[in-house]
Design a protein around this ligand. Sequence first.
Ligand SMILES: Nc1ncnc2c1ncn2[C@@H]1O[C@H](COP(=O)(O)OP(=O)(O)OP(=O)(O)O)[C@@H](O)[C@H]1O
Length: 301
Amino acid sequence: MIELRGLTKRFGGQLAVDGVTCTITPGRVTGFLGPNGAGKTTTMRMILGLDAPTAGGVTVNGRRYADLPVPMREVGALLDARAVHGGRTAYHHLLCLAQSNRIDRRRIDEVLGLVGLEAVARRRAGRFSLGMSQRLGIAAALLGDPAVLLFDEPVNGLDPDGILWIRNLMRDLAAEGRTVLVSSHLMSEMALTADHLVVIGRGRLIADTGLEAFMRGGADRSVLVRTAQAATFGDRLRAAGAEVRRDRADALTVSGLDSAEIGRLAALDGVPLVELTPRGQSLEEAFMALTRESVEFGVER
Ligand SMILES: Nc1ncnc2c1ncn2[C@@H]1O[C@H](COP(=O)(O)OP(=O)(O)OP(=O)(O)O)[C@@H](O)[C@H]1O
C-alpha cells in the first residue's frame, strides 16, 4: 500500500507535483498516467525517498521510505534501466545489491530465473540491449521480494515480445497480492495492463478511478446497431429522439438512446438486429479529453 497525502514538489518556480492525495492499494495494477512532464517520475522519486517533498508526504506500508529498516524488502523499483555499473556482470550487479541490503545470495539465481537472464548472468551489463537492461532492472526490483513495486515507463523502447512479457509480469505480481504502480504516457498500453488508473496533469491529480469507469466517464457514448432494415429503423430511432448516422448499408451509429431502449424499439417493431453494441470512448480518447488542459507543451488546435 502506498499513501500520498497532499504530496507536493517544487523545483524553483516550477510546481512539479501539486498536492496529490491518493492511495495505491495491493492486489491490482495501478496505471500512473499523465502527459510528458506531468510529474510522474517526480512522484515516484518521492515515494522512494530520492526527492524530498516540499509539502505533504508519502508512506509505503504505513512508513516513510527513510524509516523502512531494509527498504528493498518493502519496495522495489525500476526507474532507469540503464542506471547500472556497466562494467559489472548482471550477477555481480545483483550480488552488490543483495549484500548491501542483507539479502540471501540464493535469491539472485531466483530473480535471474524470473526475468529470464540466467544464460547471460556472467555477461557485462554495459553490453546489454535495452530489453535485457529492463529485465535486469526488474530483477533488482524483485530481489528483496517486496510487497510494493514501482515501474517507471517500463515498456519504453521494448519490442512486442518484451512488452508482452512485462505486461504479464505486472499482472502476475498484482495477482500475488502486491501493490504494483506502473507509470506510462501510453494509454493503449495501460488499457491492457492496468485495473485502476491514477491520472495526473501538471502535477495535479485529475482522476483516481477504475479502468472501465475511466473509459465510460465523460464519454459521448454511442451504440452500434446493425440490421438489414437500417434505413427504416434509423427513421424510427430518429422519431424517438436519437441522433442517427448511417455508416454502411446495414450499420447505424446511434446516440441519445441507450442500447436497452434501442433493443426495446426493435422488439416492438419486429426488427431483427444483427448487432447492438454500446461503444465507450477509447481510453486514448478519454485521456486526451481529460488531460487536454494540462498538457505542458500542447499544440494549438
Ligand atoms: N530535478 C529537477 N529540476 C528541475 N525541474 C525538474 C526536475 N525534475 C523534474 N522537473 C520538472 O518537473 C516537471 C515534472 O517532471 P517529471 O519528470 O516528474 O514528469 P513525468 O510525468 O515523469 O514526465 P515524462 O513522461 O516526460 O517522463 C517537469 O516540468 C520537469 O521539467
